[in-house]
Write a protein that binds this ligand. Structure first.
Ligand code: ADP
Ligand code: MG
Length: 238
């Protein structure tokens, strides 16, 4: 299960309110994209959900349970960082195993989950390599593998493809969409790229200066953008 609700969540850094009171519901299994210009609060919002930042006020619930005060490891969510967050001195297998080792998952279960993640991500032949011996796309798949083995209630992605060249980005988008189809797990995906938002999302959340400008399916936003800001961002003709 991976239903996430935010109830009047705010975030201030010092005197600056980066997120004014914000309400949002993400349904179990949804692929939700947070989109908006640089500095609008996408990463901050994701980090609040992940527990990497504390909310200034408001409540976060995961599957109905209060999560506002839970540390990241207790939220059952997995954040996928950019591929450079891999451990360079460890094999792919050990990189993927790392979070399970930390969580004390028994070795046999670790092996089962590694094999299954590697199969899903086309990494079976690369498990004994080190990150430096992989392509950018393969490294990104390892970073995703490290999230999958935790069997999270939701995956949180923060611009995971921004380091990759354009051709690779297209392929990785398809890989992530395919993974979502296969796992049917909630995914929250942050990007400033309209094409990614329009092609990957079940639901797009358009952010501007920390508040939600509009929420809807790609087609709803395209057909009925609420204002010129949304229209400009979504590329619709309004
Ligand atoms: P985005 O991911 O959409 O580019 P961010 O969430 O990173 O935006 O940032 C939103 C705003 O919050 C920006 O104005 C940024 O400067 C500010 N901000 C983010 N993190 C911090 C921090 N740790 N301390 C102070 N200000 C921050
Ligand atoms: Mg960001």
């Amino acid at each position: 299960m991976g239903r996430i609700t935010l109830d009047k969540v705010t975030k201030r850094f010092g005197d600056v309110e980066v997120i004014p009171p914000l309400d949002l519901t993400i349904e179990d299994g949804e692929f939700v994209v947070f989109v908006g210009p640089s500095g609008c609060g996408k990463s901050t919002l994701l980090r609040l959900i992940a527990g990497l930042e504390d909310v200034s006020s408001g409540e976060i619930r995961i599957d109905g349970q209060p999560a506002t005060d839970l540390p990241p490891a207790k939220r059952g969510l997995a954040m996928v960082f950019q591929s450079y967050a891999l451990y360079p001195h460890m094999s792919v297998r050990k990189n993927i195993a790392f979070p399970m080792k930390m969580a004390g998952v028994p070795q046999e279960e670790q092996n089962r989950r590694i094999e299954s993640a590697a199969a899903a991500l086309n990494l079976t032949d690369y498990l004994d390599r080190r990150p430096g011996q992989l392509s950018g796309g393969q490294r990104q798949r390892v970073a995703i593998g490290r999230a999958i083995v935790r069997e999270p209630a939701a995956f949180l992605f923060d611009e995971p493809l921004s380091n990759l060249d354009a051709a690779l980005r297209v392929g990785m988008r398809l890989e992530i969409s395919e993974l979502h189809n296969r796992l049917a797990t909630t995914m929250i995906y942050v990007t400033h790229d309209q094409v990614e938002a329009m092609t990957m999302a079940d639901k797009i959340v358009v952010l501007r200066a920390g508040h939600i400008e509009q929420v809807g399916s790609p087609l709803e936003l395209y057909r009925n953008p609420r204002n010129l800001f949304v229209a400009g961002f979504i590329g619709s003709p309004k």
